[in-house]
Design a protein around this ligand. Structure first.
Ligand code: HEC
Ligand code: HEC
Ligand code: HEC
Ligand code: HEC
Length: 114
């Protein structure tokens, strides 16, 4: 029991320090909200996508493994220089693949559920 408690403490400690290093934790499902509140939020099955694509960098294209950050850190409400707006970053990356693979929603209400 004592051994187990120590082990648990070690595990918890390492999980805790790991999360300090990587920043935000990986979430299985993410509700992506509209920065301008114009459109319904999109429920994004993050884990299902990560498992299928097997390459975090396909979306987190400026990040190194373990340091993935919010797209919104760079893609803002409006386009800035060569950095496209948040909405366009989503539409290009998400819809782009869905149309190419002919799988996953491409119609507006397939993602923006009322
Ligand atoms: C593959 C999923 C997907 C599809 C299909 C899709 N969108 Fe989006 N869209 C998103 C995501 C993700 C966001 C960012 C979060 C949010 O606004 O809910 C977004 C954001 C938006 C915004 C926010 C505007 C802003 O400047 O912040 C508008 C408007 C929008 N979409 C319109 C549409 C329209 C119109 C269609 C159909 C022609 C469409 N979307 C299809 C995923 C999608
Ligand atoms: C299909 C695209 C896609 C793939 C593949 C993907 N992610 Fe994400 N990830 C996103 C989106 C979209 C968000 C939410 C972005 C936002 O809030 O601006 C996100 C958010 C995150 C966040 C939270 C960032 C923060 O600070 O809010 C982490 C951490 C993360 N992803 C890690 C990963 C890891 C690790 C993998 C690979 C195992 C991965 N992602 C694969 C699209 C993806
Ligand atoms: C650290 C800043 C940064 C982050 C974080 C970031 N981007 Fe980008 N993104 C850029 C810049 C800069 C460009 C302009 C072209 C380039 O340099 O690749 C860009 C371009 C794009 C483009 C258009 C060009 C292309 O590569 O297809 C898409 C789509 C895109 N980003 C999607 C995303 C998504 C989705 C996320 C989050 C999962 C994300 N970006 C996170 C900086 C960032
Ligand atoms: C590289 C390809 C690829 C990218 C990039 C991608 N998707 Fe998908 N997505 C798929 C495929 C394939 C499916 C269909 C999965 C299935 O039917 O089992 C899917 C399904 C979905 C679904 C429907 C899930 C369900 O349970 O019906 C949503 C919502 C979705 N994607 C949103 C997004 C959003 C939002 C993004 C961008 C942040 C994104 N996808 C980026 C390939 C992609």
């Amino acid at each position: 029991m004592r051994k187990f408690a120590t082990l648990l403490a070690v595990v918890m400690l390492s999980v805790f320090s790991a999360s300090v290093v990587v920043g935000a934790a990986f979430q299985d499902s993410i509700t992506i909200k509209d920065v301008k509140k114009m459109k319904e939020p999109v429920v994004f099955p993050h884990k299902a996508h990560a498992d299928r694509i097997k390459n975090c960098e396909f979306c987190h294209h400026k990040d190194t493994a373990g340091k993935e950050q919010s797209c919104f850190n760079c893609h803002k409400a409006e386009k800035k220089g060569n950095v496209i707006a948040f909405k366009d970053a989503m539409h290009e990356r998400c819809k782009g693949c869905h149309s190419k693979e002919k799988k996953g929603p491409t119609m507006c209400n397939g993602c923006h559920k009322k």
